[in-house]
Design a binder for this molecule. Structure first.
Ligand code: HEM
Length: 306
């Protein structure tokens, strides 16, 4: 999943060593997330006096990130410059291309700085990897645990009339049961149990509760999805990607990735539990809500059983 996101970000298929390097700086940044949050609490000048060591570590991490990400951004920039217009189609479009073309209208049309590039690419890689891979694991774990659902899904996949070795994007929309499986996975195990903290812009009264202006509100998406009392309209109550203006901008991409991987995993292999393993669905809080005991499955090619 991470390699795919790196490709989508920089438009380049980088080797395994480079992937590990990018992954390592990104992971350090992600793991430091809660440690550095405190740096936002006080005005910068005061915070620097109280948290000198934390600031030093933070800048070291940012500099390590820059050393790894900036050369990839520059390399893409050079590649686009060198490629004449008619050949640019073959290059495809990556996330960095859209950032390179960006002009900020409120700031005199200026371009992004290196620092901003690093932040945005870092956000793309981190928000896009753990979320989707966490849910992929939860969905596969449920398919291992509930063999009858896996069989029904495989039966649906077999109705596809296609010569392609793998299930292609255009065929995914012909699989409504697959979509239902993915949505149910997201309802039961949203990678984040809350949306990002939001602030109330004006005083409101909601369900008898007064919410003052600028109060921070955390919407509990997991609890909402699990509550049968508010499930008159499931499609409205299920919001694993948040809702409204700040909802996940990659909702369509994440659904595509989940549908694509689950469909192809199930088409090619039968997934069963290891002997004696009941598949534990307990949760553990990391950057996302992950499986406390990660999935270990026995995977066998479908041809063997057909
Ligand atoms: C199963 C996969 C995913 C889930 C469940 C998910 C869920 C969410 C949620 C709940 C939010 C907060 C929305 C809010 O505060 O109202 C969010 C924000 C965001 N997501 Fe995702 N996400 C997923 C995949 C991705 C991917 C693949 C990317 C990028 C490639 C991505 C990029 C972002 C970004 C940049 C934001 C912040 C948006 C903003 O602040 O306006 N997400 N996501």
């Amino acid at each position: 999943m991470f390699s795919l996101l790196v490709f989508m970000c920089f438009g380049e298929k980088v080797d395994e060593k480079k992937i590990r390097e990018i992954e390592s700086v990104q992971r350090s940044f992600l793991l430091g997330f809660s440690r550095f949050q405190i740096l936002n609490l006080l005005p910068r000048l005061i915070s620097r006096i109280f948290f000198t060591k934390k600031w030093k570590d933070f800048y070291k991490l940012r500099s390590d990130q820059g050393k790894v990400l900036i050369p990839l951004i520059r390399s893409r920039q050079e590649q686009v410059k060198k490629t004449c217009e008619e050949n640019q189609k073959s290059l495809g479009i990556c996330y960095v291309d859209s950032l390179l073309n960006l002009e900020l209208p409120d700031e005199g049309g200026r371009r992004l700085t290196d620092n901003e590039f690093v932040s945005l690419c870092s956000e793309f890689l981190n928000t896009g990897t753990d979320t989707t891979s966490t849910d992929l694991q939860w969905i596969m774990a449920n398919l291992v645990k509930h063999q009858e659902i896996q069989s029904k899904l495989y039966d649906e996949i077999r109705t596809l009339d296609s010569d392609h070795y793998e299930i292609q994007e255009e065929n995914l929309k012909k699989l409504p049961y697959l979509k239902a499986v993915i949505l149910e996975g997201l309802r039961r195990h949203p990678p984040s149990h809350y949306v990002l903290p939001h602030a109330v812009t004006q005083y409101v009264t909601l369900d008898g509760y007064i919410i003052p202006k600028e109060a921070t509100v955390n919407v509990m998406i997991a609890e909402i999805g699990w509550d049968p009392k508010i499930w008159e309209d499931p499609m409205v109550k299920m919001i694993p990607f948040g809702a409204g203006r700040r909802m996940c901008p990659a909702f369509g991409l994440a659904m595509l990735h989940l549908e694509y991987f689950v469909a192809n995993f199930i088409k090619e292999f039968k997934w069963t539990a290891k002997v004696g393993d009941d598949i534990d669905l307990s949760e553990k809080q990391e950057f996302t809500t992950v499986m406390k005991n990660p999935l270990w499955a026995h995977v066998s090619p479908r041809e063997e059983e057909d």
